[in-house]
Design a protein around this ligand. Structure first.
Ligand code: GLP
Length: 258
């Protein structure tokens, strides 16, 4: 794992956008795995800015989103489809047919298998963006999710429902189910970039990076992924025991131009 500790949210957003820009420059037909939530919003703003500047061309890029709520129509403002359209896709030159989001309206096994096959038929995900939930989940792989799990329907924890209630008028409006890529699906991405910002992410980040690999914190699976970058700000890094070492590694590498 490469652990990069930045000053604040704004630095995380611009640095992670550079990683994506470089990925697309190196492989214009990259397959990106995308996440929702408030964490990647700054990254998406930065990608839009780079695109408008002429620095990123999304015309050959394909995307797969991690997850979608069950039971919200695609145009429901809190559906992840609407989130992605409003915060990224409508502002860049990505082709509609290259955008893929799990179908939360027909969440059956066949539909989940179709999503998995589609990822494979596009050559797999080159770079997967991840956030982290306060209980350490990635996508919607809540505690006890098998580390080998594939795309399927998951019941959200009460904590996740509470966390996500801020986006809805009422907590009772928050869906209790989601279709989500599994931990096994995510681990097949060639590269992973996990982002976290703020004090509320300090504990899950500590568990994911320095805790045991466990289905109780699905993000801890990144410890066995061969190419993961974790980009966090000082607040999210504050409980890391080896924080100084991670900074030391990063600064020494920078000096060597690695
Ligand atoms: C949801 C999403 C996750 C996201 C998490 C954290 O549970 N399914 O993909 O990482 O929220 O969201 P935020 O970035 O808003 O803290």
């Amino acid at each position: 794992m490469e652990i990069i500790i930045k000053k604040d949210y704004s630095e995380i957003s611009s640095e992670s956008a550079m990683i994506i820009a470089n990925q697309i420059k190196a492989k214009p037909d990259s397959v990106l795995g995308l996440a929702t939530g408030s964490t990647p919003l700054g990254l998406y703003k930065e990608l839009i800015r780079l695109h408008l500047n002429g620095d990123i061309d999304f015309s050959n890029v394909t995307t797969f989103n991690l997850d979608e709520y069950v039971g919200l129509s695609n145009d429901h403002p809190q559906s992840y489809s609407a989130f992605m359209r409003d915060n990224l896709f409508s502002k860049i030159n990505i082709k509609k047919e290259n955008v893929h989001i799990p179908n939360g309206n027909h969440p059956n096994d066949k539909e989940c298998e179709r999503y998995e096959s589609l990822i494979k038929s596009c050559g797999g995900i080159d770079l997967q963006i991840l956030g982290i939930g306060s209980d350490g989940h990635i996508a919607f792989n809540e505690p006890s999710s098998s580390l080998g799990s594939r795309t399927r329907i998951k019941t959200l924890t009460q904590e996740t429902v509470r966390d996500n209630a801020r986006f809805f008028d009422n907590i009772t409006d928050v869906p209790k189910f989601a279709v989500t890529m599994g931990v096994g699906t995510i681990m097949e991405a060639k590269k992973i970039l996990l982002l976290a910002s703020g004090n509320s992410k300090a504990k899950p980040i500590k568990n994911a990076i320095e805790g045991p690999i466990s289905s109780m914190c699905s993000a801890s699976a990144i410890q066995i992924h061969p190419k993961t970058v974790v980009m966090v700000d000082d607040d999210a890094a504050k409980e890391l025991k080896e924080k100084d070492y991670y900074k030391w590694v990063y600064n020494n590498k920078k000096n060597l131009n690695l």
